[in-house]
Design a protein around this ligand. Structure first.
Ligand code: IPM
Ligand code: MG
Length: 371
């Protein structure tokens, strides 16, 4: 078959193994209808990889990821592995994949699903219609800068991390953000701390230089403290936000919370080649793992992003997204998005499996209607 795509599935830890299969089923259905056949492979990463192989990112997994067209990842981490030294923790598996595959562009949409507007920590009118895209640089900055570590100097411990960006790293993430802004609302806000940190003054300069290639995009700049404040004050002022690794880590959690549920948000981490790793923004949620309580929809929406960004199958992505909209419209809720609503008529509290089955049924209908 001409259109065969290799997808690597990394379930990971906690609720990962519960939510990943739902996304795989959705992917198979949606891609099938577009004439794309997927060849699945599985691998270990994170805590389970530590247990079974002694390392959070086995060579075999990295090699499989390098060979795949796209990777679906559940989540990594859990209390079982928190006592390990930093270099051996589950999170290192994720960071190793990002770095090893040069997944420098992290796309984190914060989209409000209207039926869930009440679940936001902000008043509904502040978030109704919210649709922000955070573009986070993912393979540089203080996460990866050298030197790093803790040493002893003059009889006391000294901790060091290095916040470093090279010009080309700023330029390539800026271009991704400008191009996405062009296709969305045409507004881009770059976030830095240029009043204090030289590295982010360079960030601002390079973003300004790149801007001349995108005359249709309206560019603004904010310091990160102000950006955090604006996000909780009036989030709808934003369209696309571009920022470095650590600021993006923080701001994307803030933006996620505005939508009322971390359980709904997908993410994409892209390389220049178009290869991508797709994972829900929520973590491994060890407290509810294995109880059929996890919300599979963020994982499912990650599969939709995979169709759009790595497989050039936007129709399949759109079908998955509208199926998600429909299960919400039907009143189905997992515990994390049910809130006070559970007592309302027409709202049904369901577990992971039931939500997954309903989603696949809706997706089947959506695809039939599109025929
Ligand atoms: C995220 C997470 C990761 C990060 C952790 C798990 C290493 O918080 O993807 O936002 O800090 O990038
Ligand atoms: Mg984070």
């Amino acid at each position: 078959m001409a259109n065969l795509k290799d997808i690597l599935v990394l379930d990971g830890d906690g609720i990962g193994p519960e939510v990943a299969p739902v996304a795989v089923d959705a992917l198979r259905l949606a891609l099938g209808s577009e004439g794309v056949e997927m060849r699945l492979d599985h691998g270990l990463v994170g805590g389970r990889a530590i247990d079974e192989t002694g390392t959070p990112l086995p060579e075999e997994t990295l090699a499989k990821a390098q060979a795949a067209d796209a990777i679906l990842l559940g989540a990594v981490g859990g209390p079982r592995w928190e006592q390990l030294p930093m270099a051996q923790r589950p999170e290192k598996g994720l960071l190793g994949l990002r770095y090893g595959l040069e997944l420098f562009a992290n796309l984190r949409p914060a989209l409000l699903f209207e039926p869930l507007a009440h679940a936001s920590s902000l008043k509904s009118e502040r978030v109704s219609g919210l649709d922000i895209l955070i573009v986070r640089e993912l393979t540089g900055g203080i996460y990866f800068g050298e030197p790093r570590g803790v040493s002893v100097d003059e009889n006391e411990r000294v901790g060091v991390n290095t916040y470093v960006y090279r010009e080309h790293e700023i330029e390539r993430i800026a271009r991704v953000a400008f191009e996405l802004a062009e296709r969305r609302g045409g507004r881009l806000c770059s976030v830095d701390k240029a009043n204090v940190l030289e590295v982010t003054q360079l960030w601002r300069d390079v973003v300004n230089e790149v801007a001349s290639d995108y005359p249709d995009v309206q560019l603004s700049h904010l310091y990160v403290d102000n950006a955090g404040m604006q996000l909780v004050r009036d989030p709808k002022q934003f369209d696309v936000i571009v920022t470095g690794n650590m600021f993006g880590d923080i701001l994307s959690d803030v933006a996620a919370m505005l939508t009322g549920s971390l359980g709904m948000l997908p993410s994409a981490s892209l390389a220049a080649s178009g290869k991508g790793l797709y994972e829900p923004v929520h973590g491994s949620a060890p407290d509810i793992a294995g109880q059929d309580r996890a919300n599979p929809l963020a994982m499912v929406l990650s599969a939709a992003m995979l169709c759009r960004y790595s497989l050039d199958a936007p129709g399949a992505g759109a079908a998955i997204e509208s199926a998600v909209g429909r299960v919400l419209d039907r009143g189905l809720r997992t515990a994390d998005i049910a809130g006070e609503e559970v007592r309302t008529n027409g709202i049904e509290l369901v577990g992971t499996r039931a939500m997954g089955e309903a989603l696949l049924a809706e997706l089947t209908d959506v695809l039939k209607e599109a025929e």
